[in-house]
Design a protein around this ligand. Structure first.
Ligand SMILES: C[S@@+](CC[C@H](N)C(=O)[O-])C[C@H]1O[C@@H](n2cnc3c(N)ncnc32)[C@H](O)[C@@H]1O
Length: 227
């Protein structure tokens, strides 16, 4: 997990992430709740979006950027924190809404504006608290992205409700998570997958399909579609 440059800047510090020929700058905060920094599982998911076997570039005229799988795809990133995963989708050409609790809207908005020149699609930051109304994000997006969002037992029913409310038959949920072995974390993960199994079909992305550099044996990427 390198490719990181940090420079002190008051209460914030920056991380760089390469995406194709472009470089994304991610503002993170020294002080704040869990979403104020970029998590490793987010980098793994973000770099997986560049996999052109899973997400093939269309054939035909135009540059490969113009024919990117992600061009015109509608994407919602849940529990986005700094916005990193959604920003990469936006760089690849998707029309993305990064979402989180109200206290993260400023950080996500800062990162949206810092990266506006490298966005090929579109990018906005909005509040979406799990379990609440999702009509402003409908019709159902093509992709729902979520990195490292399964860690509080109390939030699981609300997260599941948001996924069920948001997803349509054509929606693919791409989720990354780091396997945690401490405390009740393994049980929370197990419970989450049991709940998801009632509504979604899941497929694990093979480790070999993840980015050669930005992958780790304890970070999984799962694809879900509605049953
Ligand atoms: C571990 S952080 C991961 C952040 C980012 N996805 C990443 O991986 O870098 C979990 C994120 O979920 C968000 N979150 C937690 N509970 C939430 C809720 N009820 N509604 C919306 N977002 C929530 C947190 O604010 C936080 O940004």
């Amino acid at each position: 997990m390198n490719s990181e440059t940090e420079s002190s800047n008051g209460g914030s510090f920056f991380r760089e992430l390469e995406c194709g020929e472009k470089t994304i700058q991610l503002k993170q905060l020294y002080v704040g709740d869990v979403g104020c920094v970029v998590w490793d599982a987010a980098i793994v998911l973000a770099k997986f979006l560049e996999n052109d076997t899973f997400f093939p570039v269309a054939s035909g005229p135009g540059t490969s950027d113009q024919r990117s799988h992600w061009r015109g795809k509608r994407v919602v990133d849940l529990g986005s924190g700094t916005g990193v995963v959604g920003i990469v989708a936006g760089v690849l050409g998707a029309d993305v809404t990064v979402t989180d609790l109200p206290e993260f809207v400023d950080l996500m908005s800062d990162n949206v504006s810092i990266n506006k020149d490298v966005i090929a699609g579109s990018l906005t930051a909005q509040v979406l608290k799990w379990g609440e109304e999702v009509s402003r994000f409908l019709p159902s997006p093509d992709y729902v992205l979520m990195a490292d969002v399964v860690y509080y037992e109390e939030s699981l029913p609300a997260l599941l409700k948001t996924l069920v409310d948001l997803c349509g038959r054509h929606t693919t949920v791409l989720m990354s998570y780091e396997e945690r072995t401490t405390g009740n974390k393994p049980l929370i993960e197990k419970r989450f997958f049991e709940m998801m199994d009632e509504h979604f079909t899941k497929t694990k992305v093979p480790y070999e399909s993840l980015d050669n550099v930005f992958r780790s044996r304890d970070i999984n990427v799962i694809m879900f579609t509605l049953q």
